[in-house]
Design a protein around this ligand. Sequence first.
Ligand code: HEM
Length: 274
Amino acid sequence: MTLADLFPDEDYGFRMRFERGRVAEFFGRSARHDDLIAQRRGWLRNGAQTYCALLTEGIPLLQETIELARSEQTLPPNSRREDFHNSDPLQNCLSLGIAWEPDFLLLGREKGGDIRLLGGCVCFPSFWSLEEKMGRPIGAIHGIVPGLNQAIGDQIHAFLSGLRPGSAWLRANWGLTRSPELNQHPLRKLAALYSGVSLEEVWLRIERQALVALPRTKGVLFGIRLEVHPLEWVKQDPLIARRLCRALRTMPGAVAQYKAIASARERLLELLAG
Ligand code: HEM
């Protein structure tokens, strides 16, 4: 998904747009591997409870995900089988959390139709906490995003319920922040954008996401990869800068508030135009 796809020539809105991708490509090794894994190890060393969680119902989904990771050859060549077959399932979740570059979440599709978060490892969250979301259905997880459930909640539910195995379905979210840090957990209290912010202080944060069906356990694997670019770099492409301005201008106030850009909105428009 290119920047032009991420910023279509349309007013801001919540959209259901997916591209078909490959599991091995999304979860496999990139040029940034060593840096990303070092950062993940660092956060998990002292904050395992903050960044990694697994409910009992999530254990079979984690096992299936580890099998998928192995069959798609996305595990490091030197990784040991026993790292992923510990008697403590949370250790296996942690092992996958430092083997894979992307964050991952495991969702259960239950008989009654509920889709609930059962586990995962999220070292690079965008202002949300895994602990707070654990065990909750997808509608409740998204409840804090103003207007999202009303606009596309039913479509999200239908999409996840009908997900077929074999491919990774790709989509993306974006945000603007005052820090290039990948880990923007609320506990870190990173500085927020404000009305006097300068161009060098603003970063475009893109969350590339992959949805993959887990056929045996009927679960869903949700992967998240972060990409961070200076706003200065975005501004160099007039088409993207213009479309980003359109999205900022037309974004409902409550959404701008949720995305922590409300107080800086006018300033951001000025910076992109100037
Ligand atoms: C399948 C289609 C999905 C769509 C279209 C979608 C869309 C969105 C959007 C638009 C946001 C707001 C982000 C922003 O604008 O800054 C969001 C937030 C979020 N989504 Fe999704 N999402 C999907 C699936 C999922 C899944 C499977 C999970 C797994 C748990 C998930 C977890 C979250 C979380 C944790 C947040 C942040 C909520 C917060 O700030 O507390 N989403 N999603």
